[in-house]
Design a protein around this ligand. Structure first.
Ligand SMILES: [Zn+2]
Length: 362
């Protein structure tokens, strides 16, 4: 993949998509990394050669990360389990059947593997301007440019990529939006939608924590973090998550992660507060509330603070937000409905073709 612009061209580039399908990956609060606040101010003062050198280093890191994203997502979409989810069979699909329209999702799968992922490009925006779209985002995309990820470097990069923002996750999140968009262009959905694909910016914002597009993007980050497989159910996801906790790769200073079951025996993840308490009046969760951002926002508010959920040494807002959308509060703990998350994992790019009825329970 190549950057869209040369160094001198992208320095102060700002782009203006006209489509409405712009999405992003951001944290509700974005404190600068201590000691790194002046990176861009200093950057602006560098002379030409020093600045080009600095950008080369940044570009090398982005290139490495985007290659990993390409590889991981290509593997996922070539996985026999994914093919089974999409087509209902792992048998190779013949061109004849494809032309006859028997396997509509196979067309999208090939399009993603052959056209979207190999041609991923990125655009680095280094300076916030008055007309910068989604200025608060770390990254975003526009459906007008089906293979381009835009990175708002001015928000994101602190000069070392060891801060509290994960470049790889952001690139993967945005790449997943491009995949989601590809399904939409074929008139298909990679998940069972809970609201219209075409949203106003206001609708998008109001349901940001529970919205379909971002839940799908976050799910893919979560899958990668625990090594999930395309057909894993809730029990399997929980087992893999707890294995990462046991290995010390997923940590929290604010909650203790515990494996549990709900009253119906279904697998749940318990997040037991360590540095704060929840009383009985904090029972706000309700099942099936994915379009009601209220409870999800309250949970997120509790676990968004630094140290709440750290993967390989970095805050992981994608998983915090995903868990929040599937959580309830009660009995002094936060309970993540892994059985719902497992159902979501198993049915995204759902089994069956045009008339998929594999319903999500959330
Ligand atoms: Zn997003």
């Amino acid at each position: 993949m190549k950057p869209l612009l040369t160094f001198s061209e992208f320095l102060f580039e700002s782009t203006k998509p006209t489509g409405t399908s712009v999405s992003c990956d951001y944290y509700s609060t974005k404190p600068p990394v201590p000691g790194k606040e002046n990176f861009w101010a200093n950057f602006e003062k560098m002379d030409g050669p020093a600045r080009v050198e600095a950008l080369k280093k940044i570009e090398a890191e982005i290139t490495n990360s985007i290659r990993r994203v390409q590889k991981d997502l290509t593997n996922w979409y070539q996985d026999p389990q994914t093919r089974k989810k999409l087509n209902g069979t792992i048998e190779p699909i013949s061109d004849e059947d494809l032309r006859a329209g028997k396997y509509p999702k196979e067309k999208v799968r090939r399009y993603i593997v052959n056209e979207i992922l190999p041609n991923l490009k990125y655009l680095m925006v280094t300076k916030r301007q008055t007309d910068t779209p989604v200025p608060g985002a770390w990254g975003w995309y526009s459906s007008e440019r089906p293979t381009t990820i835009v990175i708002n470097l001015f928000n994101f990069w602190d000069g070392t990529n060891d801060g509290n923002k994960n470049l790889y996750d952001t690139l993967k999140h945005e790449a997943t939006h491009l995949i989601d968009d590809a399904f939409g262009r074929f008139g298909l959905e990679p998940y069972n939608p809970t609201h219209s694909r075409d949203e106003t910016p206001e609708e998008y914002d109001s349901r940001y924590v529970v919205g379909d597009k971002d839940s799908f993007a976050r799910l893919n980050v979560f899958r990668g973090a625990i090594g999930a497989r395309p057909l894993d159910d809730g029990a399997e996801l929980l087992k893999k998550f707890m294995a990462e906790v046991a290995a010390g790769r997923i940590t929290s200073k604010r909650v203790r992660f515990e494996q549990g079951t709900d009253s119906k025996g279904r697998p749940v993840l318990i997040m037991r507060p360590v540095t704060f308490t929840l009383n009985n009046t904090d029972i706000v969760g309700k099942e099936g509330g994915r379009n009601d951002a209220g409870p999800a926002d309250r949970v997120l508010n509790l676990i968004t603070k630094p140290g709440s959920l750290v993967v390989q040494g970095q805050e992981n807002p994608n998983i915090k937000q995903l868990f929040s959308a599937y959580s309830s509060i009660g009995n002094g703990v936060i309970t993540v409905r892994m059985y719902d998350l497992g159902q979501y994992n198993k049915t995204t790019a759902a089994i069956g073709n045009d008339n998929s009825t594999a319903a999500m329970s959330a």
